[in-house]
Design a protein around this ligand. Structure first.
Ligand code: ARG
Length: 269
């Protein structure tokens, strides 16, 4: 009897802890409670390979005032960065800096830009309800290429099987530490019906798109949030959430950029 109660309680704790780890960006954990659990530095993105910002000049990462990387982002205009709503929703502009042109966090390469304004999609509440997108306005323009947004006419890029690329400096394994260097991985877009079957009502078709292999092994992970999912040289998704990282049958979930393209674009001028 006693044992049973205890077991249930530890199961509950485990689930709560797991959900926390899955959803909360590394930076948010660090600022809201203790420093994020043991980070035994590896490289970001599960199952991917090292990449260079020179080949993907629009990919950036976000750091807090302590210089700690907590999310990714994409340059969509010289002074605008698209990221996830959950990365910046309760932050102030002066608490965030954008690092562009730096493949390796341990170097001083590239540019660090201050943020003057944060726009979070007005319908954003939590990643499970969609609209997990935000636009940062930078204090100074970056002289780096922007990545075009996918829009309504880019249906083909969301077709199941489309090979897309996810990039970031996040964890290279579930529960692992963030990567020092940029990494990328190729993941196929998955049908909404399949993702719905996996995630139930937490998956909102139209607001989200899923990508990954049925057998798992390749995925974004903690710290990759806000970063780009790219296909056809366009931003088709923003890293949003998943259950664990790279688990079989648990694809990564991305904000469906084409669905929000008009609203995002209105923020880019
Ligand atoms: N929410 C995580 C973050 O803030 C990203 C989760 C992506 N997970 C995944 N399995 N694709 O960094």
């Amino acid at each position: 009897m006693r044992q049973r109660v205890w077991r249930n309680r530890s199961a509950t704790l485990l689930i709560v802890a797991a959900l926390w780890v899955l959803l909360v960006p590394a930076g948010a954990v660090a600022s809201e409670s203790q420093p994020a659990a043991s980070s035994s530095a590896a490289a970001p993105i599960v199952g991917g390979e090292p990449a260079e910002v020179a080949d993907h000049p629009w990919v950036v990462y976000l750091v807090d005032t302590a210089g700690k990387q907590f999310c990714g982002g994409t340059i969509a205009a010289p002074d605008k960065v698209v990221t996830a709503g959950h990365c910046v929703a309760d932050q102030r502009p002066d608490g965030i800096r954008v690092v562009a042109g730096r493949t390796d966090k341990n170097t001083q390469a590239g540019t660090v830009a201050g943020v003057s304004d944060i726009w979070v999609h007005p319908e954003y509440t939590d990643p499970y309800r969609g609209a997990d997108v935000a636009v940062l306005t930078l204090r100074d323009s970056l002289s780096r290429a922007s990545l075009p947004l996918a829009s309504a006419e880019d249906d083909a890029l969301y077709r199941p099987g489309t090979r897309a690329t996810v990039l970031g400096w996040g964890a290279t394994s579930e529960g692992g530490g963030p990567s020092d260097i940029l990494r990328k991985a190729t993941v196929p877009v998955i049908a909404d019906s399949e993702c719905r079957a996996t995630y139930g009502s937490n998956f909102v078709a139209g607001a989200m798109v899923c990508a990954g292999y049925a057998e798992g092994g390749v995925d974004g992970c903690q710290g990759d949030s806000g970063g780009p999912l790219v296909a056809g040289d366009k931003l088709i998704g923003v890293v949003s959430w998943g259950i664990g990282c790279a688990r079989p049958g648990k694809p990564g979930v991305y904000t469906e950029v084409a669905s929000y393209a008009d609203q995002i674009r209105a923020q880019l001028s």
